[in-house]
Design a protein around this ligand. Structure first.
Ligand SMILES: [Zn+2]
Length: 460
């Protein structure tokens, strides 16, 4: 027993030491951190939770993950399970601390550019931004066939910077941040190239062209097509001459304007006028897209998918917002946590915390529905399963920038029975058409039982 407690003490000490070393890495001291990890793995390789953890870190290029908003003093990331998590990852950066600091600055700059873009700015509270420092064995990235040993194996081919192996990126995210990522990564390459690329959840942006990041996220995250009309880096024109074809939600191909208008994925936007067209600019089919002047068409003259510095067009914006609500629900937290409650004498407060878009509010509608009457207290009500629904006006409390909607229910004012209390929250943004509002809506429901001893006889 004495020996065991001695072992346990030693282990505790080592665990504390490991924690310190990892904290050192989190502060950006990778050279010292890795040396200390190597020592721990070497001397205490058999101590569970120490040697194995140190080895796992040493074998991986992952150095640290940083909450970009927090370190830039722009708020902080929220719980990943109800956020869109966007990761910035460095490729071609060596271990030394100063080398990694270049990546930190690039990641901060890229996030800053992204967060100025209208979609990302409006939904900032819905999005987490992480920077992941990675150690590459060689500096810079593979360029025009000259290979480099880097953490992610990205490459510049014909002037285009690209991710060649998405699985390699996602496996790092899965290994270190399971359940805390959405397979959305922007790789920042420590090199020079003129063309950034994106698609399928990853974007590749060299440090010299960070301003392209919002556009590349339009590809990577939104699945949007290019709306500009020139092949970057040159190339002969290749006009489209085939039958009507959908290239992306925002790009179509064809040569018969009537047919294009009839079949465009954005035909639902075509007649939008007044407040239904929040941009106030023409929505039509405009020739020039998919890096060609002829035969490819886009929905509006100006768009981020045409020029990274511009706002998204109405069609692209709707795609971006609808996609966001696949990851994030407008109700972020609820109280009480249990959904089946039995009332006591005191009032019960029901609360929902909703996420706040920057310039508008998420709407909340409270309802109180009678589910069934207690058969003992009312003969006539005993058969009733679904009773009347009452709208209840809620109140709003803003705590540290968080929007908490709540109602107070006084059980002694209700007839004994079962009730459903619900909060419906939705985003009324004009960026998404009414027919898709359901996707931007979340419900929270509680059941409240009011016992006979508490409820008010004869109340409705
Ligand atoms: Zn667009």
């Amino acid at each position: 027993m004495v020996a065991a407690s001695g072992e346990e003490k030693k282990r505790e000490k080592l665990l504390a030491l490991l924690k310190k070393v990892l904290a050192l890495m989190d502060q950006g001291f990778y050279t010292n951190g890795k040396q200390a990890l190597a020592k721990l793995a070497d001397l205490h390789g058999d101590v569970e939770g120490v040697g194995d953890v140190a080895r796992k870190r040493l074998e991986s290029p992952m150095l640290r993950r940083r909450d970009i908003k927090l370190s830039r003093k722009k708020g902080r990331n929220g719980p990943s399970k109800n956020r869109l998590d966007i990761y910035f990852m460095g490729d071609g950066f060596l271990l030394p601390d100063q080398k990694q600091r270049h990546f930190d600055r690039n990641a901060d700059a890229a996030q800053g550019i992204v967060s100025l873009q209208d979609f990302f700015k409006e939904y900032d509270k819905f999005i987490n931004y992480w920077a992941v420092n990675l150690e590459s064995n060689e500096e810079g990235v593979e360029k025009e066939g000259k290979s480099k040993d880097t953490a992610l194996g990205t490459a510049i081919v014909d002037g285009r910077y690209m991710v060649r192996d998405r699985a390699r990126i996602f496996s790092i995210l899965d290994k270190w941040f399971p359940g805390e990522h959405d397979r959305q990564a922007v790789v920042i390459g420590n090199d020079y190239a003129n063309i950034a690329t994106g698609g399928g959840g990853t974007a590749a942006v060299c440090k010299t062209m960070l301003q392209a990041t919002p556009h590349e996220l339009g590809h990577a995250y939104g699945g949007l097509g290019d709306e500009y009309n020139k092949e970057p880096g040159g190339g002969a024109p290749n006009p489209y001459t085939g039958p009507f074809k959908i290239i992306a939600p925002n790009v179509i191909a064809g040569n018969d304007k009537a047919e294009l208008l009839k079949n465009a994925p954005w035909k639902g936007w075509l007649d939008s006028v007044g407040t239904n067209n929040w941009s106030g600019k023409a929505i039509d089919v405009f020739e020039g897209a998919n890096r060609q002047v002829k035969g490819y068409w886009r929905p509006q003259r100006v768009c981020c998918m045409k020029d990274s510095g511009s706002p998204f067009c109405v069609v692209c914006m709707e795609v971006m917002v609808r996609r966001l609500f696949e990851y994030v629900k407008p109700i972020d937290q609820v109280w009480p946590k249990e959904t089946e409650l039995t009332a006591e004498k005191k009032a019960v407060t029901f609360r929902v915390l909703v996420l706040k878009p920057k310039t508008h509010d998420v709407m909340v509608h409270w309802r109180l529905k009678t589910l069934a009457r207690d058969s003992k207290s009312s003969d006539s009500g005993s058969q009733e399963r679904e009773g009347p629904v009452k709208n209840v006006s809620g109140r709003l409390q803003v705590i540290d920038g968080y929007f908490v909607h709540y109602i107070k229910i006084r059980p002694e004012e209700l007839a004994p029975g079962r009730y459903e209390i619900s909060a419906q929250a939705w985003d009324p943004t004009p960026w998404v058409r009414e027919e898709f509002r359901k996707e931007l809506t979340a419900w929270q429901r509680w059941t409240l039982v009011v016992p006979e001893s508490i409820g008010k006889a004869g109340a409705k």
